[in-house]
Design a protein around this ligand. Structure first.
Ligand SMILES: Cc1ncc(COP(=O)(O)O)c(C=O)c1O
Length: 417
């Protein structure tokens, strides 16, 4: 079985050399945004030095820009398992989702319903709640608070013959739960509704295959999977063709470009191509016999997943041994296929902000608060007291970093700070 070569991985990321107060920085903030490999930095710099122009001009740099943009769409298509014409880039997932909800809203009105969940980031909730202004009803699916999984029985109750869209996450950016997306899509389609999947948090951890999922839309953000700050949306060809985007008249009429409002972040797209190629390179490094880029990407996730799983097992068992610690989410190793390596905790006597500051001084970067998963934070009753501390692992984290984090938390308990 190929395994992840952690030394090779870490050599790709220059930011991992950062020191804080004499200690190496350990990035547990991947859910808020990951570090980028050198090739992403190089690709963005090279675009700006050799190709920087607007599109569809009659000169070299414009033609090179067109080529870079086409290649970035093709790379994202390989990552998601779709065609390049089904990939729409934008500033971030939130903006893309608001633009989709505005376009879909043209078809919706009183009597129509949309379904959202209490497990989701607000980026997959607020853009759908806006449809209330058009007279639509928004229904919320609850969670099982004991393990922070989606309440699938409630999902079935909330989906009705009036449902037009079901918006759900692939994985929770707060507690790491992976949802049964295939089943969610199936339930949406059983009443003729569209399924809109937020894969922002899942993308750095597992392979995505939109054809297998049969979802209608799926969004992700390259800055969460080792690329630049940007967003990407998959839309089924027939939907992108049928729906009408808000656009200016002279802009392209063909898909996917008519959905990409204004001038795009071209250097960002050069960086997205490089981020996807980094993952493919990781796959080839682990499995040299793979041929296509898609196969190389799948090979990358084949080594990322067991590596992350072993790390999160260490992290969770270490956390559960700390007195006064409350753990939110799935904690039994036998169920780890149902989670990504993102965990949320609280420790009695400390606000999450105090914990994050304490760790931050020791070079251990972790988020506190609700990370925009506001409904979840409210549902768990932790919102008024600062939310939770989130520790997020990705494949460039190490067992040594996890040990340092656990030792720091144990030290905090011992010292009674
Ligand atoms: C699960 C999830 N969905 C959506 C978003 C919003 O993404 P963006 O910052 O690209 O708008 C985030 C960002 O943290 C996220 O984690």
């Amino acid at each position: 079985m190929p395994v992840l070569d952690i030394d090779w991985v870490r050599r790709q990321f220059p930011a991992l050399a950062l020191q804080i107060n004499g200690r190496p920085a350990a990035y547990f903030d991947g859910p808020g945004g990951t570090q980028v490999p050198q090739r992403v930095i190089d690709a963005m710099r090279d675009y700006l030095t050799g190709s920087n122009a607007n599109t569809h001009g009659a000169f070299a740099t414009s033609r090179k820009s067109d080529e870079a943009i086409a290649q970035a769409h093709a790379a994202m298509a390989d990552l998601l398992g779709c065609d390049a014409a089904e990939v729409v880039f934008g500033p971030n997932m939130t903006s893309l989702t608001f633009s989709l909800s505005r376009a879909l809203g043209r078809e919706l009105g009183p009597g129509d319903e949309v379904v959202v969940t209490r497990l989701d980031h607000d980026g997959n909730v607020a853009p759908w709640c806006v449809l209330e202004e058009r007279g639509c009803r928004v229904r919320f699916v609850d969670i099982n608070p004991s393990d922070c999984t989606l309440d699938m029985a409630d999902l079935k109750r909330q989906i009705t013959p009036r449902t037009r869209l079901v918006a759900a996450g692939y994985a929770s950016n707060a507690v790491g739960t992976i949802n049964d997306v295939e089943e969610i899509v199936r339930l949406a389609h059983s009443v003729g509704a569209l399924a809109y999947i937020d894969a922002v948090h899942y993308a750095p951890h597992g392979p995505i295959d939109v054809r297998r999922l049969e979802c209608d839309f799926l969004v992700c953000s390259p800055y969460k999977f080792f690329g630049p700050h940007s967003g990407a949306l998959y839309g089924k060809r027939e939907h992108l063709a049928r729906l009408r985007p808000y656009k200016v008249r002279p802009a392209a009429e063909e898909n996917p470009y008519r959905w990409e409002t204004g001038t795009q972040n071209h250097e960002g797209q050069a960086g997205i191509l490089a981020a996807v190629d980094y993952l493919a390179e990781l796959g080839r490094h682990a499995s040299p016999s793979v041929t296509s880029r898609r196969a190389a990407l799948l090979a990358a996730y084949d080594v990322i997943r067991p590596y992350e799983r072993a790390l999160v097992e260490r992290l969770i068992s270490g956390l559960l041994a700390i007195s006064g610690l409350t753990f939110y989410g799935i904690k039994e190793p036998a169920r780890f296929a149902q989670r990504v390596p993102t965990v949320a905790i609280r420790i009695a006597g400390h606000t999450p902000r105090e914990l994050a500051s304490y760790l931050g001084e020791r070079g251990l970067f972790a988020w506190d608060g609700n990370y925009y998963a506001l409904n979840l934070s409210e549902r768990l009753g932790v919102e008024p007291s600062g939310g939770m501390l989130r520790i997020g692992l990705v494949h460039y984290n190490t067992a040594e970093e996890v040990a340092r984090l656990l030792a720091s938390l144990r030290e905090l308990r011992r010292s009674g700070l």
